[in-house]
Design a protein around this ligand. Structure first.
Ligand SMILES: Cc1ncc(C[n+]2csc(CCOP(=O)(O)OP(=O)(O)O)c2C)c(N)n1
Ligand SMILES: CC(=O)[C@@H](O)[C@H](O)COP(=O)(O)O
Ligand SMILES: [Mg+2]
Length: 628
């Protein structure tokens, strides 16, 4: 694959970059772009973010000496040029494949990946930790954090700036990679502030305002105030926010001009105290489709390079699209329904809602904690907030769920997308802890639909209940079940779908249909198993469970969540509390981090698909000792 790239095929590593001339650097940048496009067109992945930082990556590798100098990329979704140009060009074609290299940066993958990520806004905190440790050890190498303007909207980034601005370490550089985009166009006051700096209006506008203010004060004060005007101008300079936080602000630098970047980085190395370097880039740079539509090209499935057409469209509809449609209908029925997303409008299926109900839609930026407590406030005033999260990102708002919502019994609906194994994004993004971490919170209702109609019904039930209510569903295609009108579901009720003889499978969410498929296959061999749709993980249907315990000896629980403290653990707790002794096998995600790879392949490997369930039934019926 690499043969066709003149420079990359011979490229040995960052030491080569340091000796390349201007023309070779340009050619190298082009080859890196072409290689990223070639690989992502086959494997899918984050296209726009990496294309936007090719020159920045080259400049960093020319000016700094990683891994001795520490370079930390926030999120790591823009790290493809970094992977190619440090030490993974040969294996880059395995990107996001099972057993291949990861879509994000990982310490175990390379010494150049100083700090692993996938979630946003961790880079400045981690970098400060590196800096202080290096100082304590007398290590004078540099520490650099590269953070996007989207990631800069998160509270955690400002917590880190606050701390770093107080400590004021030397050889500590934060590069703000500003492309005016999060996944969607970036939002919020910080984003507006950065945009003003970029467009150069900031200083002009501030001066006009001061002049206006001074005129109002009249002749005498005007003379006095004129003396201080210079001082005020100094205060209101671009980047004053960061200056006030204790950083030396340098900007704005063209992030696609390698020599300008290089010169600035050399100068920045000489500055005492922490530096914030403001670099402007274009997301998707160099690939016209991605430049034109950076939202779509943030992350994509495999595509045709020429036309930009996505090769495989999801069919049947995704769980996300079912949610997106349902939430519009719910809002049409009840004007108290409002929707909040922490920067995941597209991924959460909320584009239509945002267009139809702009005043009831809130993209709060990458601010998962704030999103939850904001929803709590809305609920206190009688609104019906639906807080839409990816399961993995809800982890950020755990205290807010407990302290601000559940403790006060506030009716906030959590629509939790990407529950279970998400596939190619891997362990940073699998949503396999939510059933466990929500199940233990008092007052919470926790539910997982078996199919798209049940998703609709659970959302309807949630929005009309007076409790904090989590509805979680997976990434990808649903089962293709036709949808009908909403219907309320009794909270805590399970469905007995099939009656069997010795074995009963209790499944929650996605695995329910897998259990039915396994049952059908076994039935053909004369093995009749019971299948129960345990759609509520909390509260559980205890009366049905007691009834089942009178009938069956062998139980299998299935969930696309960790088995530690999850749904199956809940069943065991119940049986133990009641003094009921049964043989129970818990199928689910084992107590380890699951790698990236095709979603269905991962499900197969951990045994929560129909084959895994079938195997567990046979094992239970035939083996004396079992290892699950
Ligand atoms: C805590 C958290 N919330 C949400 C996301 C999803 N997410 C991934 S990239 C991204 C946008 C980041 O924007 P920016 O930092 O500006 O990087 P860009 O993609 O523009 O290069 C978001 C919201 C995440 N990774 N982590
Ligand atoms: C980097 C990041 O966190 C997102 O871009 C995420 O990869 C999106 O995942 P989906 O493809 O599931 O929307
Ligand atoms: Mg950005």
């Amino acid at each position: 694959m690499l043969k066709k790239y003149r420079l990359l095929s011979e490229y040995k590593g960052p030491e080569d970059i340091k000796r390349f001339g201007e023309e070779e650097l340009k050619e190298l940048a082009q080859e890196v772009r072409d290689y990223i496009i070639e690989v992502t067109s086959q494997n899918g992945g984050h296209v726009g973010p990496g294309l936007g930082v090719v020159e920045l990556t080259i400049a960093l590798l020319r000016v700094f000496d990683p891994p001795e100098d520490t370079i930390i990329w926030d999120i790591g979704h823009q790290g493809y040029p970094w992977k190619i140009l440090t030490d993974r060009k040969e294996v880059f074609h395995t990107l996001r494949q099972y057993g291949g290299i990861a879509g994000f940066l990982r310490r175990e993958e390379s010494p150049y990946d100083a700090f692993g990520a996938g979630h946003s806004s961790t880079s400045i905190s981690a970098a400060l930790g590196f800096r202080i440790a290096k100082d304590l050890k007398g290590d004078e190498s540099f520490v650099v954090a590269v953070i996007g303007d989207g990631a800069m909207t998160a509270g955690m980034a400002f917590e880190a700036l606050n701390n770093a601005g107080h400590i004021r370490p030397d050889r500590f550089i934060v590069i703000l990679n500003d492309n005016e985009m999060s996944i969607s166009p970036n939002v919020g006051a910080i984003s507006t502030y950065l945009n003003k700096i970029i467009s150069g209006h900031f200083v002009q506008e501030s001066r006009q305002r001061i002049k206006g203010l001074l005129k109002h004060l009249g002749e005498t004060p005007l003379r006095f105030m004129k003396l201080t005007e210079e001082f005020l101008k100094g205060l209101i300079s671009p980047g004053v926010l960061f200056e006030e936080l204790g950083f030396n602000y340098i900007g704005v630098v063209d992030g696609h001009n390698i020599s300008a970047l290089e010169k600035t980085l050399h100068n920045v190395k000489e500055i005492k105290g922490p530096v914030l370097l403001h670099v402007v880039t274009k997301k998707g740079k160099g690939y016209p489709h991605a430049e034109e539509d950076p939202v779509k090209w943030h992350g994509v499935a495999p595509y045709k390079v020429e036309s930009g057409e996505i090769i495989k469209k999801p069919s049947p509809p995704t769980w996300t699209s079912i949610f997106g449609k349902a939430v519009v209908e719910l809002a049409e029925m009840d004007e108290r329904v409002v929707v909040i997303t922490p920067a995941m409008r597209e991924g959460s299926g909320l584009v239509e809602f945002s267009k139809k109900f702009p005043s009831r839609f809130f993209d709060v930026g990458i601010a998962e904690q704030h999103a939850a407590t904001f929803a709590a406030g809305l609920a206190c005033e009688g609104m019906k907030p639906i807080a839409a999260y990816y399961s993995t990102f809800l982890q950020r708002a755990y205290d807010q769920v407990i302290h601000d919502i559940a403790l006060q019994r506030l009716p906030v609906t959590f629509a939790i997308d990407r529950g279970g194994l998400v596939g190619d994004d891997g362990p940073t993004h699998h949503g396999v802890f939510d059933l466990s971490y929500l199940r233990c919170v008092p007052n919470m209702v926790v539910a997982a639909p078996k199919d798209e109609q049940e998703l609709r019904n659970l959302l309807y039930t949630a929005v009309n209940s007076s409790l904090p209510f989590a509805v979680r569903y997976p990434r990808g295609c649903a089962y293709g079940v036709p949808v009908e009108d909403f219907e309320s579901i009794e909270i805590g009720s399970w469905e007995e779908l099939l009656e069997g003889e010795e074995v009963v499978v209790l499944a929650t969410g996605y695995p329910v249909y897998q259990a039915l498929k396994a049952a059908e296959k076994l039935y053909k061999e004369g093995i009749r198993i019971g299948v129960v749709n345990a759609r509520f993980v909390k509260p559980m249907d205890e009366s049905l469970l007691e009834k089942l315990a009178r009938k069956y000896e062998l139980f299998i629980t299935v969930e696309d969540n960790t088995v530690v403290g999850g749904f199956g653990a809940g069943v065991l707790e119940f049986l133990s509390r009641k003094g009921i002794l049964k043989r129970v096998v818990n199928l689910g995600v084992p107590d380890k981090f699951i790698e990236h790879g095709n979603q269905n392949l991962l499900r197969k490997i951990i045994g929560i698909d129909s084959d895994g369930i079938e195997r567990a039934v046979r094992d239970l019926l035939t083996k004396k000792t079992l290892e699950y």
